[in-house]
Design a protein around this ligand. Structure first.
Ligand SMILES: Cc1ncc(COP(=O)(O)O)c(C=O)c1O
Length: 500
């Protein structure tokens, strides 16, 4: 069994790729000490044990320990082991710099005055420094966007901007964009709405923050899928709710039909479960709506990539299933246009529009109105639909290409059974005995960016599956081919049988 420190180091080594392995290990251990993961006076594992656990040579661990000792983070006592010092070098620095500061202030600086929830969130932080290249999950091909058309509209609007586009918006965002979205969502996603139910946000992350802060209190029960998008889980964590993770099968989330503590909010990805890919069945949709109606809960539907379904009928939204459904629908332009645009939207029941709009204005102030208006024109002139159609075709080819490689070189068993011809990533299933975190870390050492499926589950969930998330949308078939070759070697090096 690997220790918690082993898990921590393997995850951090995946994110820190600059320099030699010894240097990276030193930095990860040093951060563990600074962040309090390794508290003062904690004994570090024996170098031989740690080397075995994280599968590096003993010399690498010894060198990292030596460097920690040289910089004053640990003490080594011959024959007794290595211990984290009780006064860290950082606290010496604070003392020297603030020798005239009041004692109270010195104390708080020495203890890294982060809030408990800030520290907690940092402990769970998972955003990758790598957002581009094979096989970054969920990344669209941003090079294919018709930037020339969009920037022409932006330039025209910026030349003589209306005053209303240069001041804060507290109306829920640009009206023209909300009107275009209402029309688009009715047709493309069967969402039942008018423009006066739409609030523009700076993406899904902000939308989740807004909804959870406005509609739930600290300690409230909130349901989320397991596995789930770590981003959603982290926003809910920092807002202090009591997260209850419910398992997922081929029909999507398995709801608790008779909950002891009713949920305030239920977060789901009904059209394409993230990250496994299943689709929430009609029966489960009805069950969720019934639970929400009975307990006066709100279902929050994250419809993050439904535009990209490559075969069969698109699945309609959960929001549109029943009139006046207790559903808050969230969408984003991060996948259809590009993530850095930071524009997303909420479609909310009429009675929630005013409170959510006011809270959004109080918390974030509204801006980027020229971009929002440019986007409205981009949609109205038909460019958005044309771009989606073109990307659907391109991603469908890349998806088929990767599926074919998996069939040929690994076999069908490696394709997760919930994978559908949709989205921007697929799941490469690995044997339950494999260490997907270590494989992902080894792949990253070779420049291949994959994410381990097991890390999308809550910590102790018993049905946690092993696999890799492979994003196929942002790279050409040629790049997929080369990267897949490197990944295959990595799998072989980790004892996984490949076909050729
Ligand atoms: C499940 C899910 N929802 C939403 C998003 C998009 O978030 P945002 O709109 O904040 O970019 C992502 C991004 O990867 C995601 O994986």
């Amino acid at each position: 069994m690997r220790s918690l420190l082993g898990d921590y180091l393997l995850q951090r080594l995946q994110q820190d790729i600059d320099g030699t392995l010894q240097l990276r290990l030193f930095r990860c251990l040093r951060n563990a000490i600074i962040d309090g993961v390794l508290a003062p006076k904690t004994r570090l594992p024996a170098s031989r044990d740690l080397a075995k656990e994280i599968k590096v040579s003993r010399n690498t661990v010894l060198s990292a320990y030596e460097q920690l000792q040289a910089q004053g983070y640990v003490d080594a006592r011959t024959g007794q082991g290595t211990w984290v010092t009780d006064k860290l070098p950082e606290s010496f620095l604070v003392k020297a710099e603030n020798s005239n500061a009041p004692i109270q202030e010195k104390k708080s600086q020495q203890s890294y005055s982060l809030s408990q929830r800030g520290s907690y969130l940092i402990g769970y932080s998972a955003a990758s420094p790598y957002q581009w290249g094979a096989f970054v999950p969920g990344a669209p091909d941003v090079t294919e966007f018709p930037h020339h058309i969009f920037s022409k509209i932006q330039t025209r609007l910026s030349r003589e901007p209306e005053i209303t586009r240069l001041i804060y918006s507290n109306a829920g965002g640009c009206l023209e964009l909300r009107q275009e979205l209402a029309e688009y969502l009715k047709i493309a996603r069967s969402v039942q709405c008018d423009a006066d139910q739409i609030i523009i946000t700076e993406g899904t992350h902000q939308a989740i923050d807004l909804v959870s802060r406005t509609l739930s209190d600290i300690g409230d029960e909130v349901w989320i899928e397991d596995p789930a998008y770590w981003g959603a889980r982290n926003i809910l964590r920092i807002n202090g709710v009591n997260l209850r993770s419910l398992p997922v099968d081929q029909e999507g989330i398995i709801p608790d039909l008779d909950p002891k503590v009713p949920p305030k909010l239920i977060f789901v990805t009904p059209s394409h479960q993230y990250p496994l890919g299943s689709h929430l069945s009609l029966e489960r949709r009805k069950q969720l709506i019934a639970i929400a109606r009975q307990h006066k809960s709100w279902i929050v539907e994250d419809d993050y990539d439904s535009e990209f379904r490559f075969s069969g009928q698109p699945y309609p939204s959960l929001q549109g299933l029943e009139p006046d459904s207790p559903v808050i629908y969230m969408g984003t332009f991060s996948k259809t246009i590009y993530p850095a645009l930071r524009i997303g939207y909420l479609v909310v029941p009429k009675k929630l529009f005013s409170p959510l709009r006011i809270v959004a204005s109080e918390l974030y102030r509204g801006g980027h109105l020229i971009d929002q208006k440019a986007l409205a024109e981009f949609i109205r002139e038909g460019h958005y639909e044309a771009h989606i159609r073109r990307m659907r075709l391109l991603y469908s080819k890349r998806h088929a290409f990767l599926i074919n490689l998996i069939h040929r070189h690994l076999g069908e068993d490696f394709l997760h059974e919930y994978n559908t011809a949709a989205g921007l990533h697929l799941i490469l299933k690995l044997p339950s005995s494999s260490d997907d975190v270590l494989i992902a870390s080894n792949a990253l050492d070779q420049g291949i960016k994959v994410r381990a499926l097991s890390q999308y589950y809550t910590k102790h969930y018993s049905t946690r599956q092993k696999g890799l998330l492979l994003g196929f949308a942002c790279v050409s078939e040629q790049e997929i081919l080369v990267a897949f070759g490197v990944l295959l070697k990595c799998l072989r090096d980790n004892g996984i049988h490949t076909l050729n």
